[in-house]
Design a binder for this molecule. Structure first.
Ligand code: NCD
Ligand code: ZN
Ligand code: ZN
Length: 445
C-alpha cells in the first residue's frame, strides 16, 4: 500500500476495488481518506467504513462551473437546499454560482450578503461569481480572494449586468490583476434587437433565428479581442454554434481561452425545441444539427474543455406563459452526468473526456486547488457511477425546486450511485443520506 503518511491504522473511509482516474490512466485501486482528504491510494487498504466499488467507476466529485441557484431574490425557482441536493444527485460536489440575482452581485456588500445565505444551506462546496458592472473599478483588491471569477453578460440578462464595451475592458483588466477568469455569456445585443424586428411572428420555433449563430459569433469576436489586449483568462460559457467554434479555435493555443458546452446544446436541436416548447427556451438558443455535430467534434478534439450545466431553473408556471413572456433557462445540474454517461455508452465520448471536462479542467481553469482529481491530499470528493444501470429521467426523481426537466422521459444507461463530499457519503441510490456543510472553495484567505 502507498500512503502519503505511511500510516498503519485503519483509514476512516476506504473505497475498495475502484476503477478510477489516477495519474492519467484508468486504474483499479483502493482509495483511503481521513479528515475529508485522500490519504492513501493503493491495494488492500483497510478502513473503518468501507464501500465496495467493484464493477463501478469512481470519478472525483464533479465541478459544475455554471449554475444559477437563484439566491437571493428568486427562491421560488430554486434555492441552495434544493439546488445543492440536486448537485449531489448528479455526482457534483462543487458548483460555481452566477451573479444574476436580486440584488445583483456587483460589489463586496452584495457578495458577502449572498454568501451569508448560501453558507447556511449549501451542502456542496461552492464559489460565487461577481458580475461585471460600472462599479468594477471601485472595488477593493481583497475581493479577488472571495470570488470564483467575473461574469460578463454581453446581452441583456438583466439591466445593470449588460456590460458595455468600456465595462468589458475594465472587467478584463481587473480580472488580469486579480488572476481571475472572466466567464462570458456571448450574444450580441444589437444583433438580437435587429433580428427581433425581422421576425414578425414570434414563437419558440424561431428562438434560434433571433439569437442566431452570428449573434453569438459577433459577441465572441469582440470579447476575444478584449481578452487578448489584457492577457486575462477568458472562459466562453455555453458555446452553441459551429461559427463560434471557428472564431475561438485560433485563440485556444494561447492557453488563455477556454470554452464550455452544456448538455442541452449537445443533445438537442432546434427541432426538439419546437416539440418541447418553452421548457427548452434557453440562451444561447439551441441551434441546428450541423451546430450540434460541430460541438461534439470539438468536445472530442479537446477544443471544448468544460461541460457545464447552466442550471437555470424557472417554475413551470413561468415556462407555461407565451413564448415572448416565458423566461429563458432550464435546469440541468442533476442530469448532466447521466446524459454524458449515456453518450459514453452510445460511443459518442470517452470516459477520459468526461473526467477531463467535468473534473480536471474546471479545477485547473478556475484554480480550485483541492478538487478535480484523485490524488494524495485532494478533497475526498467522489462520484461513484454504475455505467450499466438504466434509468429514466422523471420529474418525481429530481431534487431541483423547479421539479421538471426538458429531458423528461429520456431513458439512459449510466447512473450516479453514490456521491461523497469530503469523506462523507451524502447521496446514495436515490436519497440524500447525510449532509455536510458546503464550503467556499475560494475561501477568503
Ligand atoms: C439564464 C438564467 O435564467 O439565469 N438563462 C439562460 O437562458 N441561460 C441566464 C444566462 O445564463 O444567460
Ligand atoms: Zn448565459
Ligand atoms: Zn447561465
Amino acid at each position: 500500500m502507498i500512503t502519503q503518511h505511511g500510516l498503519g491504522y485503519d483509514m476512516a473511509l476506504v473505497l475498495k476495488n475502484c476503477k478510477t482516474f489516477y495519474r492519467g490512466k484508468i486504474r483499479c485501486v483502493d482509495i483511503a481518506s481521513d479528515y475529508g482528504k485522500i490519504i492513501g491510494i493503493g491495494k488492500r487498504i483497510s478502513g473503518t467504513e468501507v464501500i465496495n466499488c467493484k464493477g463501478l467507476l469512481v470519478f472525483p466529485g464533479l465541478i459544475d462551473v455554471h449554475v444559477h441557484f437563484r439566491v437571493p431574490g428568486a427562491e421560488h425557482k430554486e434555492d441552495w437546499k434544493h439546488g445543492s441536493r440536486a448537485a449531489l444527485h448528479g455526482g457534483i460536489t462543487c458548483v460555481l454560482d452566477m451573479p444574476n440575482n436580486n440584488p445583483q452581485i456587483l460589489d463586496e456588500k452584495s457578495l458577502l450578503e449572498k454568501k451569508k445565505i448560501v453558507e447556511k444551506d449549501a451542502c456542496v462546496d461552492y464559489g460565487l461569481y461577481l458580475g461585471a458592472s460600472a462599479k468594477i473599478n471601485s472595488l477593493g483588491e481583497g475581493l479577488s480572494k472571495q470570488i470564483a471569477g467575473i461574469k460578463l453578460y454581453m446581452s441583456s440578462a438583466s439591466g445593470e449586468l449588460l456590460a458595455t464595451g468600456k465595462i468589458q475592458k475594465m472587467a478584463f483588466e481587473r480580472a488580469f490583476r486579480m488572476r481571475k477568469v472572466v466567464a462570458v455569456h456571448a450574444e450580441d445585443e444589437d444583433r438580437i434587437r435587429d433580428n427581433e424586428k425581422k421576425f414578425k411572428d414570434k414563437g419558440i420555433s424561431i428562438h434560434h433565428k433571433i439569437r442566431d449563430d452570428t449573434c453569438e459569433a459577433i459577441a465572441i469576436e469582440k470579447v476575444l479581442s478584449s481578452a487578448k489586449s489584457t492577457s486575462a483568462f477568458l472562459h466562453v460559457c455555453h458555446i452553441s454554434s459551429k461559427m463560434s467554434l471557428e472564431k475561438i479555435k485560433p485563440f485556444l493555443k494561447s492557453g488563455k481561452v477556454s470554452c464550455g458546452v452544456t448538455p442541452h446544446h449537445l443533445f438537442l436541436t432546434e427541432k426538439d425545441v419546437a416539440k418541447i416548447g418553452n421548457k427548452a427556451k434557453v440562451n444561447p438558443s439551441i441551434k441546428t444539427k450541423k451546430d450540434r455535430s460541430a460541438l461534439w467534434a470539438a468536445l472530442k478534439a479537446s477544443y471544448i474543455k468544460v461541460i457545464e450545466s447552466d442550471h437555470a431553473p424557472h417554475t413551470l408556471e413561468e415556462k407555461n406563459a407565451d413564448y415572448e413572456i416565458a423566461p429563458s433557462g432550464l435546469p440541468g445540474v442533476e442530469t448532466l452526468l447521466p446524459l454524458m454517461l449515456n453518450a459514453y455508452n452510445k460511443g459518442f465520448i470517452s470516459l477520459k473526456r468526461i473526467f477531463e471536462c467535468c473534473c480536471q479542467n474546471p479545477a485547473k481553469i478556475f484554480g480550485i486547488k483541492n478538487k478535480g482529481s484523485i490524488d494524495f491530499g485532494k478533497d475526498a470528493d467522489f462520484c461513484i457511477v454504475n455505467l450499466k444501470r438504466k434509468q429514466e429521467i422523471k420529474s418525481e426523481g429530481l431534487f431541483s425546486k423547479c421539479g421538471w426537466s426538458a429531458f423528461e422521459g429520456w431513458k439512459l444507461t449510466g447512473c450516479v450511485e453514490k456521491t461523497i463530499l469530503r469523506g462523507v457519503l451524502c447521496y446514495d441510490s436515490g436519497s440524500i443520506v447525510d449532509s455536510k456543510k458546503g464550503l467556499d472553495v475560494f475561501g477568503g484567505d
